[in-house]
Write a protein that binds this ligand. Structure first.
Ligand code: HPA
Length: 290
């Protein structure tokens, strides 16, 4: 078998790279049997402390996983119980704007799938485009628009991972969306719904871009998530996505956008977001296994 350019010692077929990563992660995490995966967006890294019996390792210890460089993204794999359910928490998302190929951005989602996860929960922060989405709101992702021009499935195809042309009709599982709405209602937490659009970042969008996205039917905008979703769907994993609206999108609020504002609003909402995730995960496990 050949080697991946730039990754000495790592086999070139994605399936083989994944198998190697999964073997390493199993060894480092005490042979976990996760039922649900959770990828944490900016500022949600603190969720790790809600994991009971946590075993963890840094991304750097797993071949094929790249360490994140963004503030607020630790780059840790954590296995343990969330709401009584064996969960794999991926704390530290890789972003395309860091310069990672989007296939690498999707690798943590693929690793979760390889470790047996059948339901994957993704969180992110987003700018609100639709008029009723205010900073601090949580939004269930009903569908996405990948307008970044990039797709993690581009390149040689490894049929072991799934279809070359996976269907995206229900990228965000209907039954997992219902599970999330049920969990939010049980907690009395409002949960908006909408379409999440992605451009490339890392500069925020221009007001003209936001007007265009709104006209196309986007309700919120961000810089992540869609690559992981596409790869997870290719591997047959059901997906749930929840955005924290941290700001009004460019040109629709008061003045300039800042990463600091995104982090501050994320921090303000963190408690509610974490409670929702803790309540959602057992419902996701029940739905995918039901
Ligand atoms: N645009 C893109 N990504 C974001 C935003 C935004 O307004 N807010 C948080 N992430």
């Amino acid at each position: 078998m050949g080697q991946t350019p730039g990754h000495p010692g790592i086999p070139d077929r994605l399936g083989a790279r994944l198998a190697e990563a999964a073997r390493a992660a199993r060894g480092l995490l005490g042979d976990p049997r996760p039922r649900v995966g959770l990828i944490l967006g900016s500022g949600l890294g603190g969720f790790e402390r809600r994991v009971e019996g946590a075993r963890s390792c840094g991304y750097g210890a797993v071949p094929g996983l790249v360490q994140s460089t963004v503030e607020g993204h630790a780059g840790r794999l954590v296995a343990g119980l969330v709401g009584g359910v064996e969960t794999l928490v991926l704390s530290g998302r890789l972003h395309a704007y860091e310069g990672h190929p989007v296939a690498d951005c999707a690798f943590p989602a693929r690793l979760a799938a390889s470790l047996g996860v059948r339901g994957l929960v993704l969180t992110n922060s987003a700018g609100g485009i639709r008029a009723d989405l205010s900073p601090g709101d949580l939004m269930l992702i009903e569908d996405h628009m990948n307008l970044s021009g990039r797709n993690p499935l581009v390149g040689p195809h490894d049929a072991a991972l799934g279809p070359r042309f996976p269907d995206m009709t229900e990228a965000y599982s209907r039954r997992l969306r219902e599970a999330a709405l049920g969990a939010a209602a049980a907690l009395g937490l409002p949960l908006a719904r909408g379409v999440y659009a992605v451009l490339g970042g890392p500069s925020y969008e221009t007001p003209a871009e936001i007007r265009a996205l709104g006209a196309l039917g986007a309700d919120a905008v961000g810089m992540s998530t869609v690559y992981e979703v596409v790869a997870a769907r290719q591997m047959g994993v059901e997906v749930l996505g929840i955005s924290c609206v941290t700001n009004r999108a460019a040109g629709t609020g008061n003045g300039a956008l800042s990463h600091q504002e995104v982090l501050e609003v994320g921090e303000r909402v963190r408690g509610a977001f974490e409670r929702l995730l803790e309540a959602v995960i057992p419902r996701v496990a029940a739905a995918v296994e039901g």
